[in-house]
Design a protein around this ligand. Structure first.
Ligand code: HEC
Ligand code: HEC
Length: 356
């Protein structure tokens, strides 16, 4: 039933831009790709989270992962946890522009939201990790993030009886291994998903959940704004890599993005499409935090992105008027911010309640 509604919605939005285009509106810019054939029926609500068969979502596994996620003892000097850079009150990202790790060291890229990371085919801006499990092992031993070694982090965890007991209950064996740590954290991350927002309610048939301005924003997102060319699917991301010619303002002078992983010159300056869900919660934007506000980001898109020989052909000047940008911003801010408690109301675990 849900699929039918999504398809109907898609059909509906195919026609709306045609009807709504008035005489004095400039024509929709053309790109090499037919945006409408890619997009409309493919934005909708999220399917159930994909779960690997070897890491089932049990309540004990999820709770253990949540404890580890909020535990600074995974870092070398007890100062940094995953939540330091992926904080529930910052949309599961951080204040940015790029992340601060152990001993106030600055990383080269913006923290990505953990929210809906479970849906990414590849993790990180450059896609260098294939799963949440693989990803979770990285920060612990990244010298500018948690600055630890796996060996030392495991020594710490294996010396905390409360953890030894919980890991035994979840995985049935001791001592604790790094794969088990990663599995538990990933199980927690798979619960941090946005299944409810005003947009989702609209897709499910509640016409009144969006205001006229937000509906106009959705229409632009899906039409004149070309956003669905890359931001489609329930998570508003194609999971692919694109070069938007983002201004490099962070500590790195050059960031080659996806090229670092593939060494393919075609991939120079390409970064993975970010979800637009909950974007209002995590300014500044893009992989180096180059755009300070959502409005700045929308102006960037309106200009057709930056200048780069490898600029994605889908990036063209959009000719959006101010009211159209405001409508797009209203749609993103109000309609795409999650309302469900799993994403919007995750309570951090204070140090005093962590295993002893
Ligand atoms: C010092 C800050 C910092 C810490 C600590 C940190 N992260 Fe991150 N995280 C980042 C940054 C920055 C990125 C993007 C890095 C890149 O793409 O090169 C990232 C990326 C990710 C992603 C990828 C999301 C996506 O959309 O692809 C996940 C998932 C994630 N982190 C989870 C974790 C977990 C779990 C921990 C704890 C074990 C952790 N992070 C600790 C800063 C941090
Ligand atoms: C050519 C593909 C493409 C198009 C078209 C596109 N985006 Fe993006 N979007 C991306 C990629 C790739 C990123 C991450 C780029 C980076 O940081 O280098 C991104 C990032 C974003 C972010 C930032 C999220 C964050 O947390 O930093 C938002 C919000 C966003 N896009 C909204 C939009 C809107 C609104 C439109 C239409 C006006 C649009 N996008 C059009 C590919 C695209």
């Amino acid at each position: 039933m849900r699929e039918i509604q999504v398809l109907l919605l898609g059909a509906f939005f195919l026609f709306i831009p045609l009807l709504a285009r008035s005489g004095d509106t400039p024509p929709v810019p053309t790109t090499k790709v037919n945006v409408h054939s890619l997009g409309p029926e493919r934005i909708g609500d999220l399917p159930p989270v994909p779960v690997p068969v070897n890491n089932p979502q049990t309540s004990k596994n999820i709770l253990l992962g949540k404890q580890l996620y909020f535990d600074t003892r995974l870092s070398k000097d007890n100062t940094i946890s995953c939540a330091s850079c992926h904080s529930p009150d910052k949309g599961f990202s951080d204040a940015g522009p790029t992340s601060k790790g152990i001993k106030d060291q600055l990383g080269g890229r913006r923290s990505m939201p953990v929210i809906n990371a479970a849906y990414n085919p590849l993790q990180f801006w450059d896609g260098r990790a294939e799963s949440l499990e693989e990803q979770a092992k990285g920060p612990i031993q990244n010298p500018v993030e948690m600055g630890n070694t796996h060996e030392n982090a495991l020594k710490t965890l294996n010396s905390i009886p409360g953890y030894v007991d919980s890991f035994k209950q979840v995985f049935g064996s001791t001592p604790i291994t790094i794969d088990q740590v990663a599995q538990a954290i990933a199980a927690f991350e798979r619960t941090v998903v946005t299944t409810d927002s005003l947009f989702d309610r609209y897709v499910r048939g509640d016409e009144k959940s969006l205001t006229a301005q937000e509906k106009m924003g959705l229409e632009i997102f899906n039409g004149k704004g070309h956003c669905t060319a890359c931001h489609w699917g329930g998570n508003f991301s194609d999971g692919r890599f694109h070069n938007l010619a983002v201004t490099q303002v962070g500590p790195l002078q050059v960031d080659k993005g996806r090229f670092d992983v593939t060494q393919d010159p075609e991939d120079l300056g390409k970064f993975r499409t970010m979800t637009v869900r909950d974007a209002a919660l995590r300014a500044p934007y893009l992989h180096d935090g180059a755009e300070k506000t959502l409005e700045d980001l929308l102006e960037f898109y309106n200009r057709g992105g930056g200048k780069d020989p490898n600029l994605d052909p889908l990036m063209v000047p959009l000719g959006l008027f101010r009211e159209e940008i405001q409508a797009l911003a209203a749609f993103i801010k109000n309609a795409l911010t999650s309302l469900n408690p799993e994403a919007a109301k995750v309570q951090p675990i204070p140090a005093s309640n962590l295993p002893k």
